[in-house]
Design a protein around this ligand. Sequence first.
Ligand code: PEP
Length: 248
Amino acid sequence: MSTKRYIVGNWKMNHSLKELDAFWSQLKSTDFTKFESNAWIAPQGIHLSKCLEMAGSGIKLGAQNCHHKLSGAFTGEASPSALKDMGAEFVIIGHSERRAIFNESHEELNLKVKTALELGLKVIFCVGETLQERNEGRVFAVNQNQIHQGLKGIDPSKLGSLLVAYEPVWAIGTGVTASPEQAEEVHHFLRELLGKFLGRNSIPLLYGGSVKPANIKDLLSKPNIDGGLVGGASLKASDFLKLVEAAG
Ligand code: PEP
C-alpha cells in the first residue's frame, strides 16, 4: 500500500480562460506543499502552459491523454514528448470516455502506457466496468481483463511511475458514487491482481466516480483506496481544496 494519498482533478474539456483565471486566483495563496497528499490536475492540453504559469507551488499538472508515438503524421493528436516538454508530469490513459467515445483499444492503450512510462511521465491507468457488466456479475472479469491487456509487458523498472484508477463507468459524472464498500471490494481485488500480475502490490489505487468533498473521507477510510480521480468536483477551486485537505 502506498502512504501518500492523491487527489487528481480531471478537467476534461472544460474551463474557459476566464474560468481558469478564477480557479487559480482563488488558490494562489495556497501552498500545496504543506499537504501530505499529492494534488494533481489534468487541464485541457491547450491550457497546460497557462496553468503552469498560474498554478501555485506544490500542484503537479498533467495531460488527459496522449498518442503512443512521439511524433509523426497524426493530425490532431498530442505527442507525449511535447506534453512532457511543456511541463506535464503525468498522463491519464484509458479513461472510459477515451475507451467508449474514441474507441481506444486495449492494444492502443497498452502502447500509450509503455511510451509514456518510457518517457518518464507518470501514468494513471483507468479501468472500470459498465452498469450492464456489473449487473451481469462480470465486475472482476472486466477489470482483470483491462489490467491484463493494458499493462502487459511493462518494463518492471518503470512501475514506480504507475498508478491505477478504478472508475466504474456507471459512477462517472452521474452523481452516483460507488459505496466505500463497493469501491474497496474492487480495490482489494486490484491490489492482489497487480501484486500477482506485475509483482508489485504498492501501486497507488485511486477511486473515481462522482467523488465530492462530502464523500471523500469515507472512501479514503478504506485500506486500499489511496486517493481520488475527480471530474466535476475538481473544477471548483473551493471543492478541489476541500478534497486535498480531506486527503491530509
Ligand atoms: C472522471 O472524469 O474521471 C470522473 C470520475 O468524473 P466525475 O468525478 O465527474 O464523476
